[in-house]
Design a protein around this ligand. Structure first.
Ligand SMILES: [Fe+2]
Length: 299
């Protein structure tokens, strides 16, 4: 998500690939656009190829098996920027999820609500060639190579939908701006420490399932091998009160045992939201901007 810095809340508008369009059928929310594939240039495909090829050995070693299965099912072209239409042809029959093109910022509520509807707002721009190692905003490599393979997994997909339902209910239940901001902060933190930067304890050791790790050439190995990273079993009360910074490798990561656990934890998050336990979480990052707040106040 972008509701968390790299979780999809800032502007990500990028050169040329932003013209809004309405696909046929029901009018989509205005933030969806067409992916005009003809606008990608040779340098975009070259960047994708470089990003992809250098990740392959790291994925084989550090990615969880659900991700590797997903990559196989999606049949992404290692040499060309993916067409979302092709991605969805393989993805949709598996879990009902679809990658939908967006040009940039999606307010927090709308982002979460897309998950509830099994739609994943997907950035279609490619990061600049001189910023392959670190790019603070999501691009198509982060979103498609990092997130979308996980959406082929039924248990993970159900956890994402449940998370979207939690956000939807939070928007309906809360009207005090301070409490709403706290609820968004709690959900953003949970999302960050699971969907974006989650680790999984497996019989083959610790593996990554978080998209921020799976799309990062430098951080994937670091997250699993570095003695400088603290790794603990996911504790909900900790995660929702724990701030994070986006501009350096994460010093603290949480592990889960599987996606059934993730689903259960989202259920607990929802229960806590209903009980008001998310109304006053610890202050700090992420900062909740006005538009994210407004999106929950007037969904
Ligand atoms: Fe992300």
């Amino acid at each position: 998500m972008r509701v968390s810095a790299r979780t999809h809340s800032e502007s990500r508008t990028r050169r040329g690939l932003t013209a809004p369009a309405s696909p046929a059928g029901n009018p989509p929310p205005s933030h969806f656009i067409e992916q005009d594939y003809s606008r990608y240039q040779a340098r975009d495909h070259a960047a994708w190829k470089t990003l992809y090829s250098r990740m392959v050995p790291f994925w084989e070693r550090y990615a969880n098996r659900h991700y590797l299965d997903g990559m196989e099912r999606l049949r992404l072209d290692p040499c060309s920027v993916p067409k979302l239409e092709d991605v969805n042809r393989f993805l949709h029959p598996l879990t009902g999820f679809q990658a939908r093109a967006v040009s940039g910022y999606i307010p927090a509520f709308e982002f979460f609500d897309c998950l509830r509807n099994r739609q994943f707002p997907t950035t279609i721009c490619v990061r600049p060639a001189d910023k392959l190692d670190y790019y603070p905003e999501p691009d198509i490599f982060h979103d498609v190579a990092g997130h979308v393979p996980m959406h082929t997994d039924r248990a993970f997909a159900e956890a994402l939908v449940r998370f979207g339902e939690c956000a939807h209910e939070a928007a309906a239940r809360r009207s005090d701006p301070r409490a709403v901001a706290s609820n968004i902060r709690a959900m953003a933190r949970f999302f960050w420490f699971t969907v974006e930067f989650g680790l999984m304890q497996t019989p083959r050791g610790v593996k990554a399932y978080g998209s921020g790790l799976l799309s990062s050439h430098g951080e994937l190995r670091h997250s699993i091998e570095s003695p400088r990273v603290q790794r603990y079993p996911l504790q909900l009360e900790w995660a929702i009160n724990q701030g994070f910074e986006i501009d350096h490798y994460q010093p603290l990561l949480f592990t889960i045992s599987g996606f059934d656990e993730l689903y259960e934890q989202v259920g607990r998050l929802t229960a806590w939201m209903r009980e008001g336990k998310l109304d006053n979480v610890a202050p700090g990052e992420p900062h909740i901007n006005e538009r994210d707040l407004a999106s929950f106040l007037t969904p």
